[in-house]
Design a protein around this ligand. Structure first.
Ligand code: OSB
Ligand code: MG
Length: 376
């Protein structure tokens, strides 16, 4: 078993091709923490999906940096071996911080698989070499601007359009997009912007033939999601509410959703994401792979996961060009048929390009066993 020698953190920032607006805020520049695990005979990469502000979840970049440097990385270094299951177990000693933990666990797994020359997709049990891509469309300034963006993405080949919605413009915009494109796979994502009292809004969407309504209500409320699901035809899907396999089980048991958005970076890494997938597959609940505007590192991890058999709906696994003028890794490209290749190289199959990483990095720090973090 290969040993972990050091863990290196990078704070990176990349401009987006266009600002991405949701009901909770707007991202103009992508900023995140990357983790590089240095093992005896391989390196491994992970990406923390937290953003600058604790809005989508309670985690945020500066907090994740400190959590990893001062608490999480020392536990992984003490565990010693480049063994993701062992790292995950060691990290159970500490609560929460799932996005920070995911970056570490995924990086350890990547190092272990690279050392053995095994691809992440192969190791997970991928059922396919290409996955179907959808795109998540941010809240636009006007309905016309939205229609134009949707046209562009459909021309690119995307197989499912997801509209971010917020109170006030929701039903009008959903109807406008549906009227323009009667046959596309269409869904909406509210990012918890509504209350159960707003059920009328979602009943009004029932005739738009949506694939699903993602995270309509408060992220901590399964009971109200179950009540809403009882009042509408369209399937409810949960995203931010699902932090673990236990959450997914509870949500399905309670009827709080019928579909699960799996984001490995949100649930504490690929191992937990696989458990959610396995559970949902057993009970026949469809899952799909969400995204957090990841760089090529997180994208590679998501694509490997999305290749599993239970991922039966197109994911938010869009091409690099949909996010960044210049990604950190070689760009992920979507074929005109709306599919993308799952990386087949060892581990996640990609690494940040050194020159691009250097240009995007605003802070770096190396953590070694026993030593207090040494600033570079
Ligand atoms: O709720 O799915 C979400 C991006 C950032 C935070 C939350 C979400 C999203 C997206 C974009 O919808 C998904 C992607 O293309 O990566
Ligand atoms: Mg979502």
């Amino acid at each position: 078993m290969t040993r972990i020698a050091a863990i290196e953190l990078f704070l990176v920032e990349l401009p987006l091709v266009r600002p991405f607006r949701t009901s909770f805020g707007e991202t103009v520049t992508k900023r995140c923490v990357l983790v590089r695990v240095e093992a005896d005979d391989a390196e491994g990469w992970g990406e923390c999906v937290a953003d600058d502000r604790p809005d989508f979840s309670g985690e945020f970049n500066e907090g994740a940096w400190i959590a990893i440097r001062d608490f999480l990385a020392p536990l992984v270094l003490d565990a010693g071996d480049a063994d993701a299951a062992r790292a995950e177990l060691a990290l159970r000693a500490l609560r929460g911080n799932r996005m920070a933990k995911a970056a570490l666990i995924d990086a350890v797994l990547d190092a272990a698989l690279r050392a053995r020359g095994v691809s992440l997709a192969g190791w997970l049990g991928a059922a396919r070499h290409r996955v179907e891509c959808g795109v998540s469309v941010g809240i636009a300034a006007t309905t016309d601007a939205l229609l134009e963006q949707v046209d562009g993405y459909l021309a690119d080949g995307y197989r499912r359009i997801k509209l971010k919605i917020e109170p006030g413009t929701d039903v009008e915009r959903v109807r406008a997009v549906r009227a323009a494109h009667p046959d596309i796979l269409l869904s909406v994502d509210a990012n918890a912007a509504y209350r159960l009292d707003d059920a009328e809004v979602f009943r009004a969407m029932d005739d738009a033939d949506l694939l699903m309504i993602e995270q309509p209500l408060h992220h901590e409320d399964f009971a109200q999601h179950a009540a809403l699901q009882g009042q509408i035809e369209t399937d409810v899907c949960l995203d931010e509410s699902i932090r673990s396999a236990a959450d997914a089980t509870a949500a399905l048991d309670l009827g709080a959703c019928r579909i699960v958005n799996i984001k490995q970076g949100r649930v504490g890494g690929i191992l937990e994401a696989k458990r959610i997938h396995d559970h949902c597959l057993t009970r026949g609940a469809p899952v799909w792979c969400g995204g957090m505007l990841e760089t090529g590192v997180g994208r590679a991890q998501n694509l490997a996961l999305a290749a599993l058999p239970g991922f039966t709906l197109p994911g938010d696994t869009s091409a690099s060009s949909r996010y960044f003028p210049d990604d950190l890794t070689e760009p992920f490209e979507m074929a005109p048929d709306g599919t993308m290749a799952v990386p087949s190289g060892a581990g996640i199959g990609v690494t940040p390009r050194p020159d691009r990483l250097a240009a995007c990095t605003s802070r770096r720090e190396i953590i070694r066993r026993g030593a207090r973090a040494a600033k570079e």
